[in-house]
Unconditional design. Structure first.
Length: 134
């Protein structure tokens, strides 16, 4: 859950809240915007608190930056605050990679060997070569 405190100096009837998560290289991993047709957050001026809940946020290990903004939904950005928080993701348990952490999502998965015989004539098969230098 992410919780934000917002101070709005005037009513914004079609107002929305935007959150963005980027990795440290500036790649946008996630961008979400509230929809005023289902949740009217900025109808009245003043302070308010808003939560954004995630059932799961399956990011790979690393550091991420969180930005937040207010907008008139689908029209224009009112204000934007970059890198207001840092999010550090530790390596998930039982998630191992043999290569670098290229990518953004650590999706729980499993591998199963197919018992059917492969079609050796199919051109898209991957051939694994035994490298004696390793």
């Amino acid at each position: 859950r992410f919780r934000f405190r917002i101070k709005c100096s005037r009513a914004v009837p079609q107002g929305s809240v935007i959150i963005e998560i980027k990795n440290v290289n500036g790649f946008t991993v996630l961008k979400l915007e509230s929809n005023p047709s289902s949740l009217q957050l900025l109808n009245d001026p003043g302070e308010l608190s808003i939560d954004c809940f995630f059932d799961k946020l399956p990011l790979i290990e690393g550091r991420y930056l969180l930005s937040i903004g207010l907008a008139i939904y689908g029209v224009c950005l009112i204000t934007w605050h970059s890198d207001v928080a840092s999010l550090v993701i530790a390596s998930p348990r039982n998630f191992h990679q043999s290569c670098d952490n290229a990518g953004v999502a650590a999706v729980q998965h499993r591998w199963v060997q197919n018992k059917a015989q492969p079609d050796v004539k199919h051109p898209s098969l991957i051939t694994a070569a035994n490298d004696s230098n390793s």
